[in-house]
Design a protein around this ligand. Structure first.
Ligand code: ADP
Ligand code: MG
Length: 680
């Protein structure tokens, strides 16, 4: 039997069963063997009825004393009750809608049952246990339990797995011997057979470890190799090696923080090196990423290149445009804006000035990656709030130049280990210091009963001349989700804050409408902004001191932190109120984290523990494939070991060209999909 052979070669797999297996993604023997149990039944343990423990699955032997079929009643499940005894005690076995079993349980006959005992009115019961006549005995050992679909049984699956394992003449090892030894991994063959039919707990754990390690190794090595391919032999635009950026830094209205200076120097080293920069700048909300970007853009222009900055929303693009225009005006540098909502004529003019090189720095939204946008000499590409952009968009932007330097900025603090995965193709800089004098935002988590008190507080702030954001998660009332809608909240708050101007902002509005509202909010013509999460990223209105977040339980912590970062940007004390419905244990913990901490990295780490990485960082969007065995939140420790091994491999063989890594390379392509082979 071969790994690639179709499963139909197995006894008992006809067209129907094959179709059911296909639904589970199983076509070949190899697919089958990599389809792992979701749970196990440990049937090695048996005990007397008097020794049963609640909820602990176990085998018991017993003789049938009584069989009772409850009378059928319309609309209710029929129950078959079998009372058994082993001399030490009595156990009631229940089957629902299975009257046909009654004939098997003859009074006086003996059976073995495997199930989970529960207590009902002080008496032990088992509901739908597995059973077999005592003289036949029950399959012993630890049995796998597979996730199944209709038309397949555990018995089928167990038999096929057994047949596949014994029919296959050994499973081909694909990792080099030294990797296995160094990381004390068990063999692949051993791993797979022990995951299906473990002899004991230890071999099972070793087997699982091996599968997790392999998957993470493929992930990490694949990303690193792709990055090597990206970098090796590529000449980047060489920026002016003299410290021209200093004059811009000196001209800023504030001194850069130590962290900003460090990141600037990392960027300078990259861009002067002659190689292509691929760098991620991570910095908490308000850490001053924009200033760092400005210095880099200044350097590009002074070196004779154009620079471009892409933002995820129009509002943000315009905000960047106005601050960059102001910042660069004294140096005679021309900044242009390109967004999707611009009129065709305006757009054409910008495109012409860009192509001629008159516009030296372009700021914009996705519109920038349209095919008709051409630069004369693009040297630096910056994307702000990268977590909103896919990898492909970043690449599309880079292709507008001749290997331009790439700087990616994100405000989502990502634990370093994870960043290495999510941004495996980038070097990482961290701005881990806030500008001096930043105040702590007083944060309170409350429940619905305190909403009215919360609005009283908002009113006090408004009376002092401040402004407020009130965030609701969805636009339309939805009974199913029971979410306070922005629309109805807006109606309500317009009455509540009658003396002030209240406006509604949501993602489905026309761009011009949104822009109009934002600029009126900037100018304090609007005091209360009721909004969906469109305000989340980057908006800077220092006079806003209140952030109220409705249905806070629906947001991730990292997102709450982002939202909260919209306040606390000016000289006034700022506040954030999180209104939640639920008061579960997790909800309480989340509230506590938000009240105590303002540290985005800490919050992200906690969020990772509570929710897992996929939900927080949109791992799919980052181009990280779905993982079958590993869990990026749980397996950070293994990931650290994997990282060391991957670094070692890439150092030896950056593009995985040697025969020793042929198997690993195949594994990588299997993980990332066939397109990835181009990147290796
Ligand atoms: P973010 O990292 O969230 O994008 P911004 O770049 O918007 O942060 O900066 C937030 C605010 O801090 C801006 O008003 C900016 O002018 C100010 N700022 C940035 N760097 C410094 C600094 N070194 N000292 C004082 N203020 C700074
Ligand atoms: Mg920003």
């Amino acid at each position: 039997m071969e790994w690639r052979e179709p499963v139909t070669g197995l006894k008992g797999v006809g067209p129907k069963k094959a179709a059911a297996l296909e639904k589970l993604g199983i076509r070949t023997i190899g697919d089958l063997l990599l389809f792992f149990p979701r749970d196990y039944q440990d049937r090695r343990k048996s005990c007397g009825i008097s020794e049963l423990e609640e909820e602990k699955p176990v085998c018991v032997w017993g003789r049938v004393e009584l069989v009772v079929k409850d009378p059928f009643r319309r609309g209710r499940r029929q129950i078959l009750r079998v009372l058994i005894s082993d001399g030490s005690g009595k156990l009631e076995i229940l089957f629902f809608n299975a009257a046909y079993l009654a004939s098997q349980f003859r009074k006086g006959s003996s059976f073995i049952f495997y199930g989970k005992p529960v207590w009902n009115h002080g008496k032990p019961q088992m509901i739908h246990p597995d059973f077999s006549p005592a003289e036949k005995g029950m399959t012993q050992g630890i049995l796998p339990v597979y996730p199944l679909v209709l038309g397949l049984s555990q018995k089928d699956m167990r038999n096929w797995q057994k047949a596949a394992l014994s029919g296959l003449s050994g499973i081909q090892e694909y990792l080099p011997e030294d990797i296995i030894r160094r990381n004390r991994l068990c063999g692949l063959d051993y791993a797979i057979s022990n995951i299906h039919f473990p002899k004991d707990r230890q071999p099972l754990l070793e087997g699982k470890y091996r599968m997790i390690f392999d998957e993470l190794l493929a992930l990490q090595t694949g990303l690193l190799a792709a990055r090597q391919k990206n970098v090796i032999g590529k000449q980047g635009p060489g920026f002016d090696p003299s410290p021209v950026e200093q004059e811009y830094i000196q001209g800023l209205p504030y001194p850069l923080t130590g962290a900003q200076l460090r990141v600037v120097s990392e960027i300078m080293a990259d861009t002067e090196s002659g190689k292509v920069m691929n760098r991620l700048v991570q910095g908490d909300v308000g850490s001053g990423k924009t200033a760092v970007a400005e210095v880099a853009l200044y350097k590009a222009v002074k070196s004779g290149f154009q620079g471009v900055m892409m933002a995820p929303t129009e509002i943000l693009a315009k905000q960047h445009f106005s601050s960059l225009s102001q910042g660069f005006a004294p140096y005679g540098i021309t900044v242009g804006l390109l967004t999707g909502s611009m009129k065709a004529g305006e757009k054409r003019e910008v495109l012409e000035r860009l192509a001629s090189g008159e516009i030296q720095i372009l700021v914009g939204t996705h519109a920038i990656i349209q095919p008709d946008v051409a630069f004369s000499n693009l040297g630096l590409v910056i994307t702000d709030e990268q977590h909103r952009f896919g990898v492909n968009q970043r690449t599309a932007l880079s292709e507008k130049g001749n290997n331009p330097h790439v700087l990616v900025m994100t405000a989502t603090p990502i634990p370093r280990t994870l960043a290495v995965i999510l941004y495996g193709d980038l070097d990482i800089s961290i701005i881990d210091e806030l500008p001096p004098g930043r105040q702590k935002i007083v944060t309170r988590a409350v429940d619905e009963s305190q909403r009215s008190a919360c609005y009283d507080f908002v009113e006090k702030e408004l009376n002092k001349g401040r402004q407020a954001y009130i965030v609701a998660p969805l636009i339309d009332e939805s009974e199913v989700l029971d979410v306070k809608s922005a629309e109805s909240l807006y109606q309500e708050l317009r009455d509540r804050f009658a003396g002030y101007s209240v406006a509604l902002l949501h993602g489905a509005m026309k761009q011009t409408e949104k822009d109009g509202i934002m600029s009126r909010f900037y100018q304090n013509e609007i005091q209360v902004l009721v909004s969906t999460v469109v305000i989340e990223v980057g908006i800077n209105v220092p006079n806003s001191t209140m952030m109220v977040i409705e249905n806070a339980e629906r947001f991730g912590l990292a997102q709450l932190h982002q939202l909260r970062g919209r306040v606390g940007r000016g000289k006034h004390q700022s506040y954030c109120v999180l209104i939640s419905k639920k008061s579960s244990e997790v909800a309480r913990k989340r509230a506590e984290i938000m009240e105590k901490s303002q540290d985005g990295f800490y919050i992200a780490e906690q969020d990772l523990q509570l929710r897992g990485p996929g939900e927080i960082f949109g791992t799919r969007q980052h181009g990280v494939p779905d993982l079958a065995f590993a869990d990026l939140a749980k397996h950070i420790k293994i990931l650290n070991d994997v990282k060391k091994e991957a670094d070692r491999i890439i150092e030896q063989d950056p593009l995985l060209e040697s025969e020793a890594y042929a198997g690993l390379k195949k594994r990588i392509i299997k993980l990332f999909g066939p397109d990835f082979s181009l990147k290796l």
